[in-house]
Ligand binder design. Structure first.
Ligand code: NAD
Ligand code: TDX
Length: 338
């Protein structure tokens, strides 16, 4: 079995590669990644020398490169993580989000049609459903919730999801889509809430909380997400969407306070700043379809996962200090195979 993982040098894709290498050591793993600003090749350094692993630095929008790879490797399954993933950047400059997240997905699916595939799996987000009100804790996103994305990022993901489903219906491409809540864990780029707050705490810098800080996200430890994808690509039903959620709702300000407490830093570092434009109030995911059909449950409670994450950032300063200094770009070049 050959699995092509796009975006495998990023936060969740790298966790998935390690998960697959450990749980399916007989599989051949291919990682196709452009190495954008969001990728550090150091994250997957241990996989690079393995015989059944290949890293390919290419852009998923490059049709010739993608088709060449399919011709050489004939992957059985594609697990598609590669994307521009940061909401704030999509508000600053939407164009690359639409290109990578929509057209890049199309390029991959066209290659799947041309060369054949057992399964194309689209890794998507709960953000495609839009927001839930804070005063209705009974409401959760189900797979039937209408799409109502708010940001250019979530619009690009919703568009890609619809395109994937259209290739299933129109061309019979075997696909699945998963929509997951907010991930946290090791190797997350320090622009996202949790790693940014950890790093700023360690430098005694202000902790910028958008607006009133009462926005709620449903948090999931990365490894729990990756176990769910492993189940879906093997046993999920063709053409289906599966929600994946941690069932651990937290508001931003409480998370930032927890991080301060764990690191022994004063809450006076917390600084309320201008709110994100179009900021979604609350996300919460109903994963009962996935639990019922495939027996998946999240295993890492938020407090444990947050502690593990903080410990990881404390013991791996070189990983994020190289990102902050910009040295990781040089290291990416040095680590590139060939
Ligand atoms: P990330 O930004 O950490 O990693 C993205 C990876 O994709 C990087 O390695 C980058 O180099 C690569 N990439 C970007 N553009 C590319 C291109 N044109 N060609 C090839 N590679 C390219 O993102 P992440 O947080 O790991 O998210 C991975 C996927 O999971 C995304 O599709 C995202 O929408 C989805 N998702 C993320 C979360 C979350 O909380 N982070 C939650 C639900 C879904
Ligand atoms: O400095 C900050 N201050 C702040 O208050 C940052 C970076 C974020 N926030 C808030 C905004 C959100 O309410 O924290 C919350 C989480 O923000 P992000 O970490 O940027 O995540 P979010 O916007 O929720 O999107 C994430 O989860 C869904 C991922 O980045 C997406 O890729 C994924 O699809």
């Amino acid at each position: 079995m050959t699995i092509l993982v796009t975006g495998g040098a990023g936060f969740i894709g790298s966790c998935f590669l390690f998960h697959m290498a450990e749980n399916h050591p007989e599989y051949r793993l291919l990682c196709l990644d452009k190495l954008t600003y969001a990728a550090s090749l150091k994250t997957i350094k241990e996989l690079l020398p393995k015989n059944n692993f290949r890293f390919i630095r290419e852009d998923i929008c490059d049709r010739d490169a993608v088709f060449r790879l399919f011709q050489e490797e004939h992957p059985d399954i594609v697990v598609h993580f590669a994307a521009e993933s940061h909401v704030d950047r999509s508000i600053e400059d939407p164009a690359v989000f639409l290109k990578t997240n929509i057209l890049g997905t199309q390029t991959l699916m066209d290659a799947c049609r041309r060369f054949g595939i057992q399964r194309f799996h689209q890794v998507s987000t709960d953000e495609v459903y839009g927001e839930l009100p804070l005063n209705r804790p009974d409401l959760l996103f189900t797979e039937k919730t209408p799409l109502c994305p708010s940001s250019p990022y979530s619009v690009s993901k919703a568009s890609a999801d619809l395109l994937v489903l259209s290739y299933h219906r129109t061309f019979g491409l075997p696909v699945t889509v998963s929509r997951c809540s907010n991930n946290y864990g090791p190797h997350q780029f320090p622009e996202k809430l949790i790693p940014l707050m950890i790093v700023n705490c360690l430098y005694d810098l202000p902790l910028p909380v958008y607006g009133d800080g009462l926005n709620v996200r449903d948090w999931i430890y990365t490894e729990d997400h990756c176990r769910a994808i492993d189940l879906i690509i093997h046993r999920g039903r063709n053409g289906e969407i599966y929600n994946i959620g941690g069932r651990q709702e937290m508001c931003n300000i409480d998370i930032v306070k927890l991080i301060c407490r764990e690191l022994g830093k004063p809450k006076s570092l917390i600084t309320h700043v201008e709110d994100r434009k179009g900021h979604d109030r609350r996300y919460a995911v109903d994963s009962s379809k996935l639990s019922g059909e495939l027996g998946w449950q999240p295993e890492v409670p938020f407090r444990d996962g947050l502690k593990r994450t903080i410990d990881w950032y404390l013991s791996n300063r070189d990983w994020w200090e190289d990102i902050i200094s910009g040295d990781y770009r040089k290291e990416n070049k040095a680590l590139l195979p060939g």
